[in-house]
Design a protein around this ligand. Structure first.
Ligand code: AHR
Length: 324
């Protein structure tokens, strides 16, 4: 991994700290102890992209359960409500607050150049969470933790290819321009792209997923399989299919990504056919990364959260044993 940015930050922090302690005496916020705040905690600004799905809710819960005062973190958490401008404002506020580490989950991939450069100029290390960025800024983040969205799309595509090679597929996409949408689409289509007869975005929400499938049932009366980029949109698809007098899971098969509680219940009930997990419960791993980054330790450039996949052989016991 490229660690020059972080090392530079840590060195600069150490130098600044010596200066400020010498100049200001006891009131040290003190970058010099490896990025920790003066009270020994690490000041973290976290910009969550929204609360659009069951996955996001579980992810937020996991982050808040781990980035706690007991674990040495002084957390400022801001929900951007799926709006990039809100995220950029939060990131600028974190610069003004002079936090030790900025963590954020970018709603889309592009549009971050200016604010990422400003964060870099301020010497604050960035930990990227869940989704990815596409930026011209050199070394814009120290480390990233999230799922392999492309692999999730490939896994979904392989199941369809194996079980329904002639499927006429409607692809229900996530937020356009997000890493989760673009990479799941790429992975899925690399396996079974020729079978996709239509596509629309449901913005990762149940309501918009339902509306997109209502329109798709009119536009593509032949469709017999939906690949939804998340469970919530798949659950919206169930409502649209049932309202149209068809049977989800039978007349129209549904393959989704996430594996949150409601999605796996739909799988157990036979309304979903296959679910590729995207595990949101990585707050503990995020905590360790943040501590390492604040302490100036070397960290891997990326941490891939491990996923699995489920078919209709899933049991209630498996669902009950999960944390999300
Ligand atoms: O970025 C992860 C995706 O975002 C999840 O699959 C989806 O449910 C969420 O909205």
């Amino acid at each position: 991994m490229t660690m020059s940015f972080k090392r530079g930050v840590v060195s600069a922090i150490a130098a600044l700290s010596l200066l400020s302690l010498a100049a200001c005496g006891s009131d040290g916020k003190a970058e010099g102890d490896g990025g920790s705040g003066g009270d020994g905690t690490i000041k973290v600004g976290f910009s969550q992209l929204g609360a659009e799905s069951g996955w996001r809710t579980a992810n937020t819960e996991s982050i808040k359960a781990n980035l706690t005062a007991e674990n040495g973190i002084n957390l400022t958490f801001v929900d951007a409500q799926q709006k990039q401008e809100n995220q950029i404002k939060a990131l600028r506020d974190f610069i003004d607050q002079d936090v030790d580490v900025i963590a954020f989950s970018p709603v889309i991939e592009t549009g971050w150049d200016e604010v990422l450069q400003d964060i870099k100029d301020a010497g604050i290390p960035v930990v990227l969470v869940d989704r990815t960025v596409d930026t011209t800024v050199e070394d814009p983040f120290v480390t990233w933790i999230g799922a392999d969205f492309t692999a999730e799309g490939v896994t979904a595509g392989e199941w369809v290819k194996e079980n329904h090679p002639d499927a006429k597929i409607f692809e229900l996409q996530g937020t356009m321009g997000s890493g989760a949408q673009a990479n799941r689409q790429d992975g899925f289509r690399s396996v079974i792209g020729d079978n996709v007869i239509g596509e629309a975005s449901g913005n990762f929400t149940r309501t918009e997923g339902k509306a997109a499938v209502e329109a798709a049932l009119q536009a593509y009366p032949d469709l017999d399989l939906i690949f939804a980029h998340n469970d919530d949109m798949g659950l919206g698809a169930i409502e649209a299919i049932e309202a149209a007098g068809k049977v989800p899971g039978q007349d129209i098969q549904i393959v989704t990504v996430d594996g949150v509680h409601d999605g796996l219940v739909a799988l157990l009930e036979g309304k979903f056919n296959y679910v590729v997990e995207c595990n949101p419960a990585f707050g503990d791993q995020l905590l360790e990364l943040i501590k390492q980054v604040a302490a100036g330790e070397d960290v891997e450039k990326s941490t891939i959260v491990v996923d699995e996949a489920f078919d209709q052989t899933i049991t209630q016991e498996v669902i009950d044993g999960r944390s999300f």
